[in-house]
Design a protein around this ligand. Sequence first.
Ligand code: PMP
Length: 327
Amino acid sequence: HMVTVRYADGKGWYEPRVEARAPIPMDPASAVLHYAQEIFEGLKAYTLPDGGVAMFRPDANAARFAESAKRMAMPALPVETFLRSLHEIIKIDRSWIPQSEEGSLYLRPFAYASEVFLGVRPAMEYLYLVIASPAGPYFSGGVKPVSLWVTPDYTRAAPGGTGAAKCGGNYAAGLSAQAEAIEHGCDQVVYLDAIERKYIDELGGMNVFFVLDDGTLVTPPLTGTILPGITRDSVIKLAERAGHKVEERPVSLEEWRSSAASGQIREAFACGTAAVITPIGVVKSAGAEFTVGDGGTGPVTTEIRKQLVDIQRGRAEDPFGWVHRVL
Ligand code: PMP
C-alpha cells in the first residue's frame, strides 16, 4: 500500500489517503524532476516477542525529516501526520513483516516538489508518501566485517552544503564514489572531510565509530557535513550507559591507520538503520591498506550490537523509551 498526503501553499497539508500502491502520474515539468527538491527517511518496524509490532525511535526520524525539510526549503509536515502515516502503513501491510529472526518491515517516508513549474524557486505544491518493503537481515549468514574504500576523488558534503539533510541529491552524488569502492573490491565508500581531505566523515550510508584500547568510543562530530544518524545517537547513549567513555571528535585517516597499527584503535564499526551495527575489517585507500584489530568482530562491537538489537526487538528493557508499539 501507500500513504499519500498533499500540500499546496495557502492550503497546507490535505487529503491524507491510504491506498493500493500504484504508479504516481507526473507531469514532465514536475519541479522535483529538474531540481531534486526531495527528502526521505528510513526506519524499521519489527515483530515483538508477544506478537505485537513496534517501530524504533520514529519521533527521531520525524525530527530529522523536519530538519531536512527546512534545509531543502520545503514545508514542515506535522509530527503527528508523520507518525500517523507510519501507523497506517504498518497496520495495513503488517502481513509483509518477515517472521525470520532479523526480518523487519522497512518504512520509507518521503516528500517531493510536485508543482508543475520550470523556474528555480521552492515549489508551492508537494506530495508526501510512505511505502513499506520487507527486509531480511542485511548480511545473510550473520554479521560479517565490511571492507571500506577511502575515496581520493569525491567528498560527500562541504560545510554549508546538504550533508546533514536526508535528501535524494546527496545519494545521487554518492553513486560514483560507491562504484569506485566496488571497483576496488570494497563493500562501502568512506568519505574524508571536504576541506582538508584528512578527517573521516562517514560511509555512503552509515556513521562510523572507533573503539580505543581503553574501551573509549570515538565518533566524528556533527559538524553539518554528516548525517546525524539515529543509530549513531543510540550507540552513544548505550555505550555511556554501559560505562564506556564516548568522544565526539575528528579522527584523521592517518590517526586511524597508525592507531590500528599500534593497537590503540582495537575495533571500528559502522552503524545505520539498514546494517544496524557492522564491524569494519579492512580499510583501503590509494596506495595503502590496513586491517582493524584482527579483521573480525571485536568484543565491544558485539556488546553494543547485542544491546541495541535486544532493545529494538523487545527482548531487553527499554529505559530510553525508544520502542513505539503500534499493534
Ligand atoms: N549516514 C548516511 C549517509 C546514511 O544514509 C545513513 C542511513 N540513514 C546513516 C548515516 C545512518 O543513519 P540512521 O542511523 O538514522 O539510519
